[in-house]
Design a protein. Structure first.
Length: 310
């Protein structure tokens, strides 16, 4: 038996099949058919002769089922050689229909867009309405109309600029901190943050440089990105305060600015030990015994003592 065949409910259909010789090895390409060789059973009903007999297709055969014969969910065609010396092994074809409420599969494979019953998904009409509303919101969110500050075809571009369409805002800095994305044409796939916008020329200067400079064929979209919800960018004074108020002890990696500041403070305020036998000075850490810096005093001449870090 061949695999299940799908055909549309209530529409005449051509079914292709092959037959096998009684040896079970080779195809039988020269079979002839008589009334009664083919029986049709619709939805496990009474068997009846098919309206048509198969046509010869070379190595195989084709059978045309009428529209009336296709009005069932499940159709089985039995091919039985009624001659005394069988020419082919008996076979069966199974056809399942689609595209009708009475078909085996209600959806229509011939339609590009299928309808989904949201009530069956969610179990309630109210929930189904919510699903529909959310799908509508999602469609609006990705449509590029409500979520973009501006979109269109650029007038040109430069190393680190893109000239927006003539209809873009004429207000200086209007798109500052927004993200401009090249969505088509030259430079497609790139995006950058707008650092400065000149309204009179529609020129948006971006951070960094473009890998491929936009031009008059480039389509773009500008997405708002001026602030993080619930937060705002720190001012220069706030940044300075945060740096100056930072605890130096947390930044003691060798060679770092924090380590050097810590040493400078220690040299001014911490204990300094001079070992007479070696003539070496040592600057101690805040704990009083960890050596931060070792220095060797030497005679610089003319009543001068030089202290050189060793």
């Amino acid at each position: 038996m061949q695999g299940v065949i799908l055909r549309k409910y209530g529409a005449a259909a051509t079914i292709n099949f092959t037959l096998v010789k009684p040896d079970g090895v080779d195809f039988e390409p020269a079979a002839t058919f008589a009334a009664g060789d083919l029986k049709i059973m619709k939805d496990e009903g009474v068997e009846a002769n098919t309206t048509n007999l198969p046509g010869d297709e070379g190595q195989g055969y084709s059978l045309v089922l009428t529209a009336a014969e296709m009005q069932a969910a499940r159709i089985v065609i039995y091919l039985v050689d009624q001659t005394a010396g069988k020419v082919w092994l008996d076979a069966a074809l199974v056809v399942e229909t689609y595209g009708n409420a009475s078909a085996q599969h209600a959806f229509d494979l011939g339609v590009s867009q299928q309808q989904v019953d949201a009530v069956k998904i969610s179990g309630s009409a109210a929930a189904a309405d919510s699903v529909e509303a959310n799908i509508g919101n999602l469609d609006a969110a990705v449509s590029g109309v409500e979520t973009t500050s501006d979109n269109g075809t650029a007038q040109g571009g430069g190393l680190n600029t893109i000239t927006l369409r003539a209809g873009a805002s004429s207000v200086d800095d209007y798109y500052n901190n927004a993200v401009v994305a090249v969505t088509g044409g030259t430079g497609v796939g790139q995006s950058a943050i707008i650092e400065n916008y000149t309204g009179s020329t529609r020129v948006a200067q971006v951070n960094g440089t473009w890998a491929t400079q936009p031009d008059a064929t480039s389509q773009y979209k500008v997405f708002p990105f001026g602030s993080v919800p619930g937060a705002s960018a720190p001012t220069a004074g706030q940044v300075a305060d945060a740096v100056l108020d930072e605890v130096v002890s947390g930044h003691q990696s060798a060679g770092s600015l924090g380590a050097e500041l810590h040493l400078g403070k220690a040299m001014l305020a911490n204990k300094r030990v001079h070992t007479v036998s070696t003539g070496v000075d040592q600057v101690m850490d805040d704990d009083g015994f960890t050596v931060l810096r070792t220095m060797t005093p030497s005679d610089g001449g003319s009543d001068v003592i030089e202290v050189n870090p060793s």
